[in-house]
Design a protein around this ligand. Structure first.
Ligand code: MLT
Ligand code: ZN
Length: 483
């Protein structure tokens, strides 16, 4: 599909409505937002448009739609899959619509246990705002200083608390969004039950901006906890890690909120590349797990005693429970810096895969062996959300070579291979990062036809002109060739 340039009349109308803070075509203003977070692709846009209200956002979409001009929505520009970069079919002709000016927290209700936050609210700011009211928004991830509510909703983001609270899909109570025809869907009521048929909100969650522009969300809150305990555990195998998780859940119940897997080479990368980090245990165990449990004042003692029991039972090798908030933060830093440490070490083909939880330990071992056999010298590394059956199964370039040349020549083939393995295992090639622009080809090639046809039908019904985020998520053509 060929996308037109916005006409001078359209650009003038947007400039007049949004003012200088909301509209620019200055290349210097656009530049920081044209390259994706992973620095893999740089796009181009006709203008950067920043609405300050839902009504302004609706005006932008309606005006663009009247000319068939494409829109690429953007929040904190922290997509792992190039989901918010104006590259692809409308490159240079799209409006890059930044939601960062819409950063009001419209309301917090401790009775409804709900917050209404606009699309541009940064996750870390949301945590602080609801914390002041003795509530928590129970979703966290390494990019919390940049990621925005609109992006989190649109990618159905996951993170490190999915184990207990689920991903965004289970935390969004209501949405406000501009649909591709410029109409404003006002569905912010904090309803816990709503059985009026198709759930438009759930189509927009994880829709990656291809079905509409999210302007605000009503999000579920939970009670603040009295205390948290964070522990680092050394183990001999990933299977032991899974057994340990179930044992802790049996004994501590819902207190276990995070259970994050870190392999020895992942910890070594962090210690090598991230300043002010030190090994938490005296021995370098083949596998490590970070556990966070929350509860009353005795949660630290309870976790400590369970971990001692696990060591005596031969399930864990060693463990340390943080003795202070500073130590807890230091342990989280080891886990949350993994992605950054890996990037500093060199290029890797990155994957965000899930299989049924019980299958993951065997899958990681078998897939690692298969990758190394097929691509000799590569260094697979798997870390992350074992309790969700979701790990980041990344394949690092062979040591000592030109990793950029390797990436350019091999990464796509490696990814197709890994995605093929996970599909054969009944899993998914995207557990929490989305499809975006980087995984679109593999998704189109490997997804079952019923899924793809249904998605195309939904897209065609809501966005017949294909103006919303072209190039992300979905190939529209039957032959998978693009939009
Ligand atoms: C994480 O779990 O650390 C994030 O999803 C980032 C990554 O995949 O590297
Ligand atoms: Zn992750």
């Amino acid at each position: 599909m060929a996308y037109p340039m916005p006409s001078p009349d359209l650009l003038r109308a947007l400039a007049a409505r949004l003012g200088p803070r909301g509209f620019t075509t200055d290349p210097a203003d656009l530049a920081p937002w044209l390259t994706d977070w992973r620095r893999r692709v740089t796009g181009a846009a006709a203008a950067l448009v920043s609405p300050a209200t839902a009504e302004d956002a609706a005006f932008v979409v309606a005006c663009a739609g009247a000319e068939g001009v494409a829109i690429v929505p953007q929040g904190g520009n922290s997509s792992m899959v190039g989901g918010a970069t104006p590259a692809g079919p409308a490159e240079g002709r799209a409006l890059l619509v930044s939601m960062r000016r819409m950063r009001a927290i419209r309301s917090i209700s401790t009775e409804d246990n709900a917050v209404v936050a606009e699309a541009g609210v940064v996750l870390a700011d949301l945590h602080i705002a609801v914390g002041e009211r003795r509530r928590r928004f129970p979703l966290s991830l390494a990019a919390k200083g940049n990621a925005t509510v609109g992006g989190l909703v649109s990618t159905n983001a996951g993170g490190t608390q999915v184990l207990r609270f689920g991903p965004m899909r289970s935390l969004v109570l209501g949405l406000e969004a501009v649909l591709p025809d410029g109409s404003l869907f006002q569905g912010l009521a904090p309803l816990r039950k709503d059985n009026r048929g198709y759930d438009l909100k759930q189509l927009l969650i994880g829709g990656e901006g291809t079905l509409g522009l999210v302007t605000a969300a009503t999000l579920r809150l939970v009670s603040a906890f009295e205390a948290r305990a964070v522990a680092w555990i050394g183990l001999r195998s990933a299977r032991d890690a899974l057994t340990l998780l179930r044992r802790l859940e049996d004994r501590l119940g819902e207190a276990v909120e995070s259970f994050e897997l870190v392999p020895a080479e992942g910890l070594a990368l962090v210690l090598r590349h991230i300043p002010d980090t030190r090994p938490p245990l005296s021995h370098a165990w083949e596998w490590n797990v970070l556990v966070e449990a929350v509860g009353g004042a005795d949660i630290g003692e309870r976790l400590q005693s369970e971990l001692m029991g696990a060591i005596e039972a031969g399930l864990a090798g060693d463990a340390m429970v943080a003795a202070s908030e500073a130590q807890a933060e230091a342990l989280w830093k080891l886990r949350e810096s993994l992605s950054e440490a890996e990037a500093r070490d060199g290029m890797a083909a990155k994957h965000d895969i899930a299989v049924p939880v019980a299958d993951m330990p065997a899958f990681m071992a078998q897939a690692s062996a298969a990758v190394v056999a097929r691509f000799p010298g590569t260094r697979p590394i798997a870390f992350g959300h074992l309790g969700d059956g979701n790990v980041h199964f990344n394949v690092r370039a062979p040591a000592g070579g030109d990793d950029k040349a390797w990436f350019a020549a091999q990464a796509a083939a490696v990814s197709r291979f890994v995605h093929g393995l996970v599909t054969e295992a009944g899993g998914t090639l995207s557990a929490e990062h989305g499809i975006g622009r980087f995984k679109r080809a593999d998704f189109a090639a490997l997804a079952d036809l019923v899924r793809l046809a249904s998605m195309r039908a939904i897209k065609a019904a809501l966005d017949p002109a294909g103006i919303m985020n072209p190039g992300a998520l979905l190939p529209l053509a039957e032959d998978g060739s693009g939009q």
